[in-house]
Design a protein around this ligand. Structure first.
Ligand code: FAD
Length: 273
């Protein structure tokens, strides 16, 4: 289908984008356009104005910054997938980015767009929740940082306000093993279920994709591991507290089964078993 009529503005800076969002009715940011444009074509989204931030070059970077790795929100999935810094220091991010869609999607889509879109079936939000990432947001009131645990509030809903621009994603380098397992019907599809696991001295963080209205942490698994359970026993709790949906990719029961199996495998891989 063809999108409903809209106005188009190109922002040259984050401040200009914030001002445009505030001065136009029903304005929305456009980054890589690989979630928003399909939604507009289906007329699920009907923004009055698109504020294009795709050419703000200073929002595209990956660098070490103090004890964190900072990733600009306009960094393309391809650049995350091929970053030496991330491969060396936070391999789960580059691996998961390489699992997103196909090369065209990875060359256009941005990490910030993926986070801001809040799709519970997207790979990167689940991985970033598992990593306890922090999101840097700039709005009319200035800059603030939002922990991933507080960011995803519902299906396609986040803590972002109408005039907010997500500018940076911050993660801590990994100190132990990791795994991201994505089960999809076809290679380029969204996850029917995805499981992320990262191991540290104190235990393991486990995150779930497509197991509810937001990306989730498998808290019962994490607690079982911290209490001394072996990975196979802990993984049996992977679907505790989840509310997966049934759709063409799989029934809710099938997703629960996948979550348990993928969690066991992800933990074994992350623990080097
Ligand atoms: P856009 O589409 O430009 O924007 C998405 C939303 O985020 C909009 O509401 C926009 O206003 C908002 N937004 C964008 N940037 C910002 C910002 N900096 N601050 C605040 N708000 C912002 N994703 C997966 O995870 N896994 C997949 O397997 C997968 N497969 C795909 C297959 C196809 C065929 C397509 C078309 C997409 C697929 N995607 C997949 C989605 C893809 O990863 C998108 O690129 C991503 O979800 C959105 O990024 P974007 O830059 O294109 O955002």
């Amino acid at each position: 289908m063809i999108p409903a009529q809209f106005e188009y503005e190109m922002a040259g800076s984050v401040q200009e984008a914030i001002d445009l969002l505030g001065s136009r009715e029903d304005a929305k940011l456009l980054a890589g356009g690989h979630s928003l444009i399909p939604a507009m074509k289906l007329r699920i989204a009907r923004p009055g104005t698109l504020v294009d931030i795709g050419r703000i070059g200073e929002l595209s970077y990956i660098r070490e910054d103090g004890d964190a790795i900072a990733i600009g929100s306009l960094t393309r999935h391809h650049d995350v997938a091929t970053s030496d810094v991330l491969r060396d220091r936070c391999g789960i991010m580059s691996f998961a980015a390489g699992e997103i869609g196909d090369p065209q999607v990875r060359h256009r889509g941005t990490i910030g767009g993926s986070v801001a879109h809040g799709d519970p079936a997207s790979d990167m939000p689940g991985v970033l929740l598992t990593l306890d990432a922090e999101f840097v947001v700039v709005g009319p009131g200035g800059e603030r940082r939002i922990p991933a645990a507080d960011f995803f509030t519902g299906v396609f809903e986040t803590a972002l306000g109408e005039q907010d621009v997500l500018t940076e994603i911050r993660v801590k380098p990994l100190s132990g093993g990791w795994a991201y397992l994505k089960f999809a019907r076809r290679k380029q599809d969204w996850a029917t279920v995805g499981v992320a696991a990262v191991v540290s001295n104190g235990g393991a963080n486990v995150g779930l994709v497509s197991m509810g209205g937001t990306p989730l942490r498998a808290k019962a698994v994490e607690e079982a591991l911290a209490g001394g359970a072996d990975p196979a026993t802990a993984a049996e709790k992977a679907d505790d507290g989840t509310e997966p949906s049934s759709d063409v990719a799989g029934s809710a029961d099938y997703r629960r089964h996948l979550a348990r199996v993928l969690t066991r495998r992800a933990l074994e891989e992350a623990l080097g078993g």
